[in-house]
Write a new protein. Sequence first.
Length: 280
Amino acid sequence: MCTSVAMLTHDFYFGRNMDINYKFGERVVITPRNFPFKFRRAGTMTRHLAMIGMAAVQEGYPLYAEAVNEKGLGMAGLLFDGNAFYPDNLDSNKSNVSPFEIIPWIVGKCSTVDEAKKLLSATHITDIPFSESIPLTPLHWHIADRNSSIVVESVKDGLKIYDNPIGVMTNNPQFGFQLENLGNYLNLTIGAPQNIFSEKAGVKPCSNGLGSFGLPGDFSSSSRFVKAAYLKLNSVCKDSEADSISQFFHILGAVFVPNGCVRLPFVLKNTIKKLPRSCQ
């Protein structure tokens, strides 16, 4: 039940909520340029861009939930249960990379979203778990730099790459629906609502903020997407970095899910218990 946001003011900011009710050993992890990433089917990457993010370290390997590299390219994996599909075959014409390897694979090699798109076109995401005790987590990915943003979804129809002009991502359904669903909220406005109910009704707004009446406030993925998109796209920051950082956390805080407010279905909850490195 996570939300990720990419926001540009004077500087670029990329981050996410990790709304889960358990710990999986996550911590801030910095990977220097010369740390060797040994991929299961794509060789060893001995030199790469330095990165920082949240990861669980297993057997000396950083399992990143999200990371940003030294060039400012960020990537986050969010739960995509029921839609994510990882084929178990290998593609001899592409680099075969597991989902748990995809963040260092992209963030380690690419400086921009355009470079990430090019690398993804030559990449085959395949069903290789980290170990028997750490199976793969159903994920999709948000990738962004200061100029653009994309969403990457590995589904039964293949690898889908969506341009993301909103700069926001949540969970299910597939990203195409999330964009289309914004059309249901075209009436929202940051200003005072106009009386289009009837010219005969001489009613006036009774408080400030009524222009956003109907903005969803529940914790579903589609509602969080709409709310985060509305807040981010209408956000105004002052010139200081501190103000931008504060505003960024206010946006994430507005779609944060407090512990206990959403009870996971039995099947999903028991599946998650087996995923110590997963993120919702």
